[in-house]
Design a protein around this ligand. Structure first.
Ligand code: HEM
Length: 146
């Protein structure tokens, strides 16, 4: 990633709409996707169509995966002037962090919730059973003794 804090205007971004020099704006981030054109799973033509423009809507309309969203940072060369770029870029980075955490968490959380969730159910059964056993045991021993 180049210096991602450089601020570009949309008209500056619009200078880069060639196959050899292709920039797009997504979520307030200015991305240089020249190198990505060849490997983009959706093909280079869709990227070239939005070259030099804000493609946030197009990017979202496709329903790109979290992995795809996480890739945005890799191609970021700056932020878009005006469009609360800094905040957006930071928000996206924060979202990615959350995504990473929640992605790594489930097995751990489920495991921990597993026995914790089972505990009240177990006690609900074990406590009355213990009380009943104590009561009948006590009664039985009393009978035997007398
Ligand atoms: C740097 C920006 C972009 C990145 C990193 C990116 C990344 C990806 C990735 C990883 C996929 C595979 C499917 C997935 O994981 O969601 C994908 C598919 C696709 N992308 Fe992008 N993409 C970018 C920009 C765009 C833009 C701007 C458009 C539309 C104008 C677009 C259109 C598509 C399409 C049509 C597919 C194929 C979806 C399918 O076959 O189901 N992408 N992209």
């Amino acid at each position: 990633m180049a210096d991602s804090k450089v601020v570009y205007t949309l008209s500056q971004v619009a200078q880069h709409r060639k196959k050899q020099d292709c920039w797009v704006v997504i979520n307030g981030r200015v991305l240089n996707v020249t190198e990505f054109l060849e490997t983009h799973p959706g093909g280079d033509d869709v990227l070239l169509e939005v070259a030099g423009k804000d493609a946030t809507k197009e990017f979202q309309d496709v329903g790109h995966s979290k992995e795809a969203t996480a890739l945005l940072g890799k191609y970021q060369v700056g932020i878009l002037q005006g469009a609360s770029g800094l905040d957006d870029a930071r928000a996206t980075a924060a979202e990615e962090a959350v995504n990473r955490t929640t992605k790594d968490m489930p097995a751990f959380v489920i495991k921990e919730e597993g026995w914790r969730a089972a505990l009240p159910g177990f006690l609900e059964l074990a406590v009355p059973l213990t009380a009943a056993a104590t009561f009948f045991g006590y009664t039985y021993l009393n009978r035997v003794a007398s």
